[in-house]
Design a protein around this ligand. Structure first.
Ligand code: AQP
Length: 331
């Protein structure tokens, strides 16, 4: 059976981008058709300036939202990365296979390091090395497929390269994974800056729809989305990025095609109104279930405890084998 792994980092509140680009596929497709593991990758949240209490809080919230989004612990394994030591163990070994040039080429590293330097801050070494930790997250489980948004493609490519290189040098230890993306919604853009990704670490603002936003807040954000000058509703990601983003979001919500949808609308206002209502309806059951789960934190804790135990068992033999293959006296 195909093995699937993917994760989400608790660097902020989950967004519509996270949902449409990743989590919805995990819940609606992956867990039903594959042997899937989904992880709150909390160690990745330590790569930039962080508040420990906030990371803990956001990790619990992310896990709760994954369950609220429909992940079913009977069908898949849900856990927190730092509770399974194999990730960090394997990461070091992969650092001995990766090159520093490779790590420095990662777009997210370049962008975040530049931002940090602009602010006069220092760049954590872990910001450079975390794509290798992500490779370990993936490779530890013999993962075939990694369902992610577009922005993670380069990191999954690195995991592939490291798997191939390790296997060639030290013997077959890893499955070579591949990234998969949803047909629509793989890159949801910021509603106020439609040429930038809707990211959860960005400053909270009207351009980001959070999964837990109240319906009226969602409506307001979408009705105020930046659109382009012009009156005709056409789908053109380059010339009309704001409009294209709304069409993508509506198509992702309704399961349609953004180009076909563009022909249906005669005004930006009507498109915004329908998009807002579609998002409100999409989020309604998630928010309802989230409320129920918040009333039962012991249940979420137990799911994570069992998930970590299962993940540990799955990862351990492969990581031990990689240790032995690379020359360590692993038990
Ligand atoms: N805007 C998006 N559109 C589509 N997919 C997205 N994803 C994230 N944003 C979008 C996908 O969601 C999964 C989890 O993302 P993440 O937690 O790894 O990263 P993030 O939400 O992008 O968080 P940050 O902190 O704002 O990240 P940076 O600044 O690192 O990009 C992934 O599958 C991701 O592709």
């Amino acid at each position: 059976m195909t093995r699937v792994f993917s994760g989400i980092k608790p660097t902020g509140h989950l967004t519509l981008g996270n949902y449409l680009g990743a989590v919805r596929q995990w819940a609606e497709v992956a867990q039903h058709r594959t042997d899937a593991l989904f992880c709150v990758v909390d160690m990745h949240a330590l790569t930039v300036d962080h508040d420990p209490a906030r990371v803990r809080r956001l990790s619990r919230q992310a896990a709760t939202l994954l369950l609220a989004s429909g992940l079913d612990p009977e069908l898949c394994t849900v856990f927190v990365q730092s509770q399974v030591d194999e990730h960090a163990r394997l990461s070091y070994v992969l650092e001995c296979v990766a090159t520093d040039g490779e790590a420095r080429r990662m777009i997210q590293y370049k962008e975040k390091a530049a931002r940090e330097r602009e602010r006069g801050g220092s760049v954590r070494l872990s910001l450079l090395t975390y794509p290798v930790l992500m490779a370990a997250d993936i490779l530890a489980y013999g993962t075939d497929e990694v369902p992610v948004g577009d922005d993670q493609t380069q990191h999954v490519e690195l995991a592939r390269d490291l798997a191939v290189r390790f296997n060639q040098r030290y013997g077959q230890a890893f499955v070579v994974p591949r990234a998969t993306h949803p047909k629509v919604g793989a890159r949801v853009m910021n509603l106020q800056e439609p040429t930038s990704k809707m990211g959860k670490t960005d400053d909270a603002g009207p351009g980001i729809v959070y999964l837990l936003d109240e319906p009226d807040v969602v409506r307001k954000k979408i009705m105020r989305a930046v659109t382009d000058s012009g009156r005709e509703v056409v789908y053109d990601r380059v010339a009309r990025p704001g409009l294209a983003n709304l069409l993508d979001i509506l198509a992702a919500c309704e399961g349609g095609n953004p180009e076909d949808l563009s022909g249906v609308y005669e005004s930006y206002g009507a498109l915004k109104k329908d998009t807002a209502e579609a998002v409100v309806e999409l989020l309604r059951p998630v928010q309802q279930r989230h409320k129920e789960l918040c009333a039962d934190p012991a249940y979420v804790e137990e799911v994570l405890r069992l998930g970590a135990a299962k993940a540990r068992e799955m990862a351990r033999p492969r990581v031990d084998a990689a240790y032995r293959a690379i020359g360590l006296l692993a038990g």
